[in-house]
Write a protein that binds this ligand. Structure first.
Ligand code: NDP
Length: 240
């Protein structure tokens, strides 16, 4: 039987209660990983796993998450920095609150998530980090100066981390989803959605499970053992 080598590996997924994060949690569970995930608000039908309520913008809460996961499961092997949000507005209408909210969640949240965990991975000389960035971080998007800036920063972060982590046997990669059918697409008006679909050679939006498989591949110590510092685009050929 072929395996991705994730059996009994402890993986933390931020924002795992719905959307892409929930699909990642469900797939990792099927693949035999011990999965912990964070969430902010309660939802119906949460996925299996150790569910911890914690806001990624709160450094103390994320320190506590790292401790709790290792105490309740086992030493963390993988981290999927998935929690993210949008506050889309064209730049003249963007408020400081919109800017700070997005940067705080998508970029500072990444820092807060990984800060307590990376030293442990280096010490144990083992681990894999996957940051969820976005097509917008590479090609930009109207109304997303704040979001695209935070996602482009996540790519720079991942590439730098991969260079310093390599000597400790730790890998860091990013997944850049195109447009994926989750709550995040709900605020986009239908007319704009039609325009986006016309630009996507696959002529459909992606599914959360299609991102989850890319994440599982990049976490795998077998399938992607020589891959680090890369951005895996999962976008139906909707390239930059
Ligand atoms: P959703 O809006 O469906 O889910 C977002 C998840 O992030 C939820 O679990 C939410 O928790 C959590 N979250 C948001 N803010 C915080 C916070 N401050 N602290 C902790 N958790 C938080 O989004 P998607 O599933 O679509 O997006 C997941 C990731 O994929 C994001 O990083 C997003 O930017 C990225 N992405 C999505 C694309 C898409 O088209 N959907 C395209 C490209 C990238 P709660 O439910 O409690 O609010």
């Amino acid at each position: 039987m072929l395996s991705l080598g994730l059996e009994d590996k402890t993986v933390l997924v931020t924002g795992g209660s719905r959307g892409i994060g929930a699909a990642i949690v469900r797939l990792l569970d099927i693949l035999g990983a011990r999965v912990a995930y964070t969430y902010r608000s309660e939802h119906n039908d949460p996925p299996q796993g150790l569910a911890l309520q914690a806001d990624v913008t709160d450094p103390a809460a994320m320190n506590a998450v790292a401790e709790k996961v290792e105490h309740s499961l086992s030493p963390i092997y993988g981290v999927v920095a998935n929690a993210g949000m949008t506050r889309d507005k064209v730049f003249p209408k963007l408020t400081t609150e919109d800017w700070n909210g997005v940067v705080d969640t998508n970029l500072n949240g990444l820092y807060n998530t990984l800060k307590p965990i990376i030293p442990k991975l280096y010490e144990r000389q083992m681990g894999a980090v996957v940051c969820i960035t976005s097509i917008s971080g590479e090609r930009g998007n109207v109304g997303q100066t704040n979001y695209a800036a935070s996602k482009a920063a996540a790519i720079g972060f991942t590439k730098s981390l991969s260079r310093e982590a390599a000597r400790y046997g730790v890998r860091a990669n990013a997944v850049a989803p195109g447009f994926i059918e989750t709550d995040m697409l709900k605020p986009i008006p239908d007319a704009i959605k039609e325009r986006i679909l016309a630009e996507i050679p696959f002529r459909r939006f992606g599914k959360p499970e299609e991102i989850a498989w890319a994440v599982a591949f990049l976490l795998s110590p077998i399938a992607s053992s020589y891959i680090t510092g890369t951005v895996l685009r999962v976008n139906g050929a909707h390239h930059t």
